[in-house]
Design a protein around this ligand. Sequence first.
Ligand code: GLC
Length: 725
Amino acid sequence: MNGTDRAARIEALLAEMNLDEKIGQLNMVSADLSVSGPGRRALPLADISAGLVGSVLNWWGARDTREIQRRAVEETRLGIPLFFGFDVIHGQRTIFPIPLAEAGAFDTTLWERTARVAAQEAAEDGLHLTFAPMLDVARDPRWGRIAETPGEDAFLGAAFADAKVRAFQNGDLSRNGNLAATAKHFVAYGLVNAGREYAQVDVSERALRDVYLPPFRAAVEAGAAAIMPAFTDIAGLPMHAHRELLFSLVRERWGFEGVFISDYSGIAELVNHGVAADLVEAAALALKAGVDIDMMGFAYLKGLPGALERGLVSMAEIDVCVRRVLGLKFALGLFDDPYRACAGDVPDFATRALRRALARESGARSIVLLKNRHDILPHDAGHGTLAVVGPLADARHDMLGPWCALGDQDESFALLDGLYGRWPREWILHAPGATIDTTDETMIESACAAARGADCVILCLGESRSMSGEAGSRADPSLPAAQLALAKAVMALEKPVVAILFGGRPLILPDWLVEASDALIAAWFPGSEAGHALADILTGVCNPSARLAATWPMAAGQIPIWFGQRPTGRPADAKEMYSSKYIDAPVEPRFAFGEGLSYTNFLLGDPQPDRAVLQRGETMSISVCITNAGSRRGRQTLFLFTRDPVASLSRPLLELKGFRQIDLDAGETGTVTFELAADDLAFTGCDLSSVLEDGCIEIHIGFSARRTSLRSAAIELKTSTDATA
Ligand code: GLC
């Protein structure tokens, strides 16, 4: 069906619809197969049959979606089909690492591959749309939802957005195995005050444009079918009523033609925000801002008739939203075949095995090696006895992380499962030694007894999955005291210790734990194949290549902390009293953005720009040689940063403009080439327009944002093409 036919069919349908049916299309209700917000959740079957519901979330399964779809298609007056949405964030049944971990693979192809599998599995479960990718730039580990983000950087977030949206959707949304993507939560939700969930947000106009909007712009350019506004406000204006950003910017300037789907009761919550006296006003504000679908707020159902009567909205404005929702359903192919996703396709054994293999690969590619003293790792599989202690050693449930959709803990593998496959069981001494947040002398003694009897200790510490994700803000993002007590007792035995940290955020670690650990690994929540992925890393089957997508603070007081801060008038200098620093903590982070070790080591040459002057409109190349100076093949990620040392505004100390990966055999030298366009150096100027300014641009290439890892060059940016200028 071409666009003209579709538009004609939509107009014909609209002409037949009464007000209730129009509002029904704007009403999304939650079922109770999963809980993702407050309030009642039983499916309102009578409303569905009466045409008062346009879409459903938290309901899946070919048979079950077919029955609900049948009610909409066969029992309503006009037979308009529903669409079914769900939070398929990092997998549907096969669960991949949480986004904060997977972003650290810095591999767009991997991000696409996992999204494709997630889309296929979601489609097999009768789903049409996912409320993903989550694209909030996050620099505050107190915020539980940092787990769901691609980390602290706008460039990384934009690359992640592009890969995920294109892979979820895979072109034609009406084809089975493709899933409409929802870019969320628009915008700057990651800036909640003090890291507290749903708290107020204040952000400068320049940071909004240069940091928080770019990932969403990338999602729109990748063709995202939907966008979800954030629960939060910006400077007192809640996103669900933010017409200037939702309509003027995203729709008018960016050309977004998709659907805005509110967050869960986000429209009704405009009353709590204090910008609406009742649901009528809340509905009017959201509709005028361009929010098409009211998820579980019933604000449109209960408020729009009154808003119409009071003249707060017009029928034409309602029709605009209805047209967009009908347009999405046409794009999903639901008017041609409302039951197209209800086939109940069951993947064959080979497909399931391939999906598990990808979960194992992505798990290993997301696990970050942070320390490896005396190359204690990799550990020869099956050699020596291991004491595996800590509450997360056999925590299959927690390995799936927050938002794990239909991930089945009974079909997932914890570290212990992975090690049992490599060591004789009698050589693995397991003792939890603590729960997530409690311990006692008996538990600690059992863990110490295991450690005494072993050649090496694997200490599994961190967060449970319920400590992370939505409504998971922690004022103190440290390891629980009980686990620190266990770690201290075990480390006092002076056995070799490999500490593995699980969780959904950068954790605050005591110096003694980092110092006493021979090896330190950030495993995050690695997904269904966690145990096998970790065992592959620990035994060297897989050489670790993941890097940190978010900075790990040394102390909670440093938060928010990220690599792209501005220099200030008194740049941090440990030797200068009057400089930007603390008297009770360092300025440097525990681990920097991009850090992560390999079982080999790499040497980097100086960047070689292909020109000394970059003119407006041009694109330059910057090449750099890299050598694998170690004893085994490895993958290295290189980052391209720029610095604008003198501009009309104070500019960040580093800005990420590219990342590349290269696989090299031991002793092999390769060349990595970055492309840098003049336009990539634009920024939001004093008048909030995008500007490009003449002058020196520093080029820094390295293995992380740690300045000591960077090799540098400089070019001149010339914005005027007039040779005499
Ligand atoms: C939740 C989350 C959002 C999710 C939605 C539907 O409250 O904020 O990310 O997509 O509700 O479950």
